[in-house]
Design a protein around this ligand. Structure first.
Ligand code: HMG
Length: 368
């Protein structure tokens, strides 16, 4: 192979597409159905609304439509796509990857490495890292990767996780860093635990709730500790325009950032200040769609990048049960300011049909 073919390519996010299903329900409706105080869901967990799939929508439609929108915005030629990597934990087949459904619907075939990535909610981030490192290594040449993170998060009826449900898909072209440059160094942390898992053949996850909270917080602490190193923590956090997290439910992010802040010796006032300024605003769309597993972090990143000036930096913390975590650093590019992907959110999230407790029960009945 020539030295030219192995040259590292400037790498980052060149386009973003999002897609959400057409139904939503306020968590207060679920509280009424389950005989719970609505404040437990809205204040205790920080949840607002959940995106819900109608019977004709599955993870295939979420992933495919998000990818279609990202490709339309990218404007590149399909023959430059050398990789399709789809992160999901809503697999529709044990063998055939979700990427094959996406490729089929979008007419993509040829000299393409196409596959599915599984590591609970961390799968989408792994797909992004693999695509980015493929380009950074020089092995991609001038080729781009289509990366998709899509999931439908459903719990058994009456499960404590039910108010955190959601669904959505995010797709990104990993190519020239027009929207954001992906920094080559990232900060992973993993430990093997059964905090949240779904045995083969079962429809809903099993969860050790308290353990899952502890694992998430420990992962965040270790990733931020590695990223900050010996530098002044306040200075490092201060220079970030936004800090994005995987959002299983908004209160989890607050708990995790408190743990990070305490570890860094920040007082409660400073932790609150950073949380309100740099974290809470990034969860605007997450609060409206619920946990979309692999897509959750990237929905937050899409919200955070929108409107940034070139050069502003964003931290992105990914967590997937099992568990694996990684903190990535991004730097806004020239097309972040325009935030073209916001129109997907305006079209889908704002345009959803709201269902009530009765409609939700009927839908669940229809699905079981
Ligand atoms: P729970 O039974 O609702 O827990 O389950 P709780 O009784 O501890 O209540 C939750 C909070 O509401 C508490 O707040 C209560 O005090 C408060 P805290 O003390 O923790 O700050 N509360 C109230 N607040 C106001 N008014 C009231 C009231 N009553 C209680 N009246 C749990 C909560 C998170 C365990 C459950 O929702 C669950 O199992 N969720 C799924 C697991 C999860 O999301 N874990 C998060 C970390 S793991 C992760 O992120 C990975 C994941 O995305 C999957 C993947 O990777 O694939 C989930």
């Amino acid at each position: 192979m020539s030295a030219h073919a192995m040259a590292a390519s400037p790498t980052g996010i060149a386009s973003i597409g999002l897609h959400f299903p057409s139904l939503s329900m306020a968590v207060e409706e679920l509280a009424q159905l389950r005989g719970q105080d609505p404040d437990k869901y809205t204040i205790g967990l920080g949840c607002e609304e959940m995106s819900i799939c109608p019977p004709d929508t599955s993870v295939v439609e979420l992933a495919t439509e998000a990818a279609r929108r990202a490709l339309d915005r990218w404007g590149g030629s399909a023959d430059r796509i050398g990789m399709i990597a789809v992160g999901t934990e809503t697999a529709v087949d044990m063998s055939r990857p979700l990427s094959a459904w996406v490729a089929d619907h979008l007419g993509l075939k040829g000299a393409i490495r196409s596959y599915e990535v599984k590591h609970a909610c961390y799968g989408g981030t792994l797909a992004v890292r693999q695509a980015a490192e493929w380009r950074m290594s020089g092995a991609a040449g001038d080729q781009a990767a289509l990366v998709v993170a899509a999931d439908v998060a459903m719990y058994e009826e009456g499960d404590p996780g039910e108010p955190t449900q959601g669904a959505g898909g995010v797709a990104m072209l990993i190519d020239e860093p027009r929207i954001a440059r992906i920094e080559p160094i990232s900060y992973p942390w993993s430990e093997p635990h059964f905090d949240f898992w779904r045995p083969v053949g079962e429809s809903y996850p099993r969860v050790d709730g308290q353990l899952s909270l502890d694992c998430y917080k420990r992962a965040a602490e270790n990733c931020f500790k590695a990223m900050i190193g010996k530098r002044d923590p306040e200075a490092v956090l201060h220079e970030l325009a936004a800090i994005c997290f995987h959002v299983p439910f908004p209160k989890m992010v607050r708990k995790a950032f408190y743990r990070v802040g305490e570890f860094l010796d920040l007082n409660a006032e400073r932790i609150d200040g950073f949380f309100q300024e740099k974290i809470y605003p990034t969860m605007l769309w997450n609060r409206l769609c619920g946990n979309a597993y692999t897509a959750s972090l990237w929905i937050s990143v899409a919200q955070a990048l929108k409107g940034l000036a070139a050069g502003e930096r964003v931290a992105a913390f990914s967590y997937g049960s099992g568990f694996g975590a990684e903190l990535m650093m991004l730097e806004a590019g020239p097309e972040a300011a325009a935030g073209a992907w916001e129109q997907d959110v305006a079209r889908d999230l704002a345009g959803r049909e709201r269902i009530d407790a009765k409609g939700y029960s009927e839908l669940r009945g229809a699905k079981s």
